[in-house]
Design a protein around this ligand. Structure first.
Ligand SMILES: Cc1cc2nc3c(=O)[nH]c(=O)nc-3n(C[C@H](O)[C@H](O)[C@H](O)COP(=O)(O)O)c2cc1C
Length: 367
């Protein structure tokens, strides 16, 4: 299957299916000499794994990371880092009745149209479980970025009609709240909304946002490899993400130039800063040193337990009721996936851009 790799220098490949024996990630191009152990990766996996029954599937996976290669005596060696997670709580029989039926909102119909054959257990590669492997790469990328003074933090901005109050932002609330919202009041209201959706055998979507701080001006490439274009690809590739915005995003369309332009001001040591950040930290595909702001809209969980009309693989009309174990809302578990894909993309762009100036090369090779 093509399409399982992302990145040009810090290049990640995810592998494995939802109901196979294991899944994992291979990271090629990670610099040598970084202290790395499973304990750097596990907190990221723990944030993604189903925890709170009110907002997540009842599938219980320990999601324990095992580093198989690329680390020696606690440090990265510069060779491919391979990390595996064993699947343990698959319940593959839950999917027996769905073998020949296409679940609305899922990739069953389109995978069959493309390959003529598919692993129907939990959606195989198209399952949200694949994103556990991305989170491994995100943990490693974030660790490298930290050494460069760059932080990547994502949170839930909205669930259904409930919006977080960003003036009450608290990182500890993001990490503690079941919805990954940054304020406790919105968290409580969102939990009520999710419970209501569950009672109605329905699901809901929402919006998540990521803020990347500390990226210097000049990261990103022109034309096809613009930093915003790569971020959009990285984030849109997360299952259930239906729209990606940078900065003001779609609101810019209704703005006017005099408001939307971020006026420059001279800072210390010849640095240039901006009076506002409608652009979301990227101009012409290249970082401008302001915070990079990435937002993603996530659709409602496609698996719902109420009856829906569909078609089977013989082309006959039928009905489907999905019982198995599903997230009533995907957003809280996808927040760390957004964070991970942003970290991978920014690190890859930083590394790729290291050759853009002769002084960088002289700095490396002509000491
Ligand atoms: C972290 C995460 C968890 C997910 N959990 C579920 C789930 O429990 N049930 C479900 O129907 N879809 C879930 N999805 C979404 C489906 O994988 C996705 O909607 C489906 O494969 C169709 O792909 P598309 O929405 O990108 O078109 C999840 C996605 C992510 C990123």
């Amino acid at each position: 299957m093509a399409g399982s790799s992302f990145g040009r220098i810090f290049r990640i490949t995810t592998w494995g299916e939802s109901h196979g024996p294991a899944l994992g990630c291979v990271i090629d191009g990670c610099p040598a000499g970084i202290e790395l152990s499973e304990s750097d990766i596990q907190p990221y996996l723990d944030r993604r794994k189903p925890g709170n029954a009110a907002v997540a599937t009842a599938r219980k996976e320990s999601d324990t990371a095992e580093i198989l290669s690329g680390v020696f005596e606690g440090k990265t060696t510069g060779t491919p880092i391979s990390v595996m997670i064993r699947n343990s709580d698959q319940h593959s029989n839950d999917y027996d009745d769905l073998k020949d039926i296409y679940r609305p909102g899922h990739a069953d119909m389109t995978y069959d149209a493309k390959y003529g054959f598919r692993d129907h257990r939990g959606g195989g590669r198209s399952s949200g479980r694949e994103t556990a492997a991305r989170v491994i790469a995100g943990a490693v990328a974030a660790k490298v970025l930290k050494q460069l003074g760059i932080t990547v933090e994502a949170y839930t901005r909205a669930i259904g009609p409930v919006e977080a109050d960003l003036s009450e932002y608290s990182r500890s609330a993001v990490l503690a709240n079941a919805t990954a919202m940054p304020d406790v009041t919105a968290n409580a209201r969102a939990l009520e909304y999710i419970a209501d959706m569950k009672n109605k055998s329905d699901s809901c979507g929402g919006v998540m946002e990521c803020i990347i701080k500390g990226v210097p001006a000049g990261v990103g490439d022109p034309v096809f490899d613009k930093l915003d274009a790569l971020l959009a690809q990285a984030v849109m590739s997360i299952g259930a993400v239906k729209a990606v915005e940078i900065g003001d995003g779609t609101l810019a369309a209704a703005s006017v130039g005099s408001k939307n332009n971020d006026q420059f001001k001279a800072g210390s040591k010849g640095r240039i800063s901006k009076k506002s950040n409608h652009a979301g930290g990227i101009l012409g595909g290249i970082s401008d040193s302001s915070d990079i702001i990435v937002r993603a809209s996530v659709k409602p969980t496609p698996s719902i337990s109420r009856a829906q009309k569909t078609v089977n693989s013989s082309g006959e009309n039928t009905e489907i009721e999905i019982h198995g174990r599903h997230d009533p809302v995907i957003v809280p578990r996808a927040v760390v996936v957004l964070e991970s894909m942003c970290a991978v993309t920014v690190l890859d762009s930083l590394m790729y851009g290291a050759t853009s100036r002769i002084d960088n090369l002289v700095g490396i090779y002509n000491k």
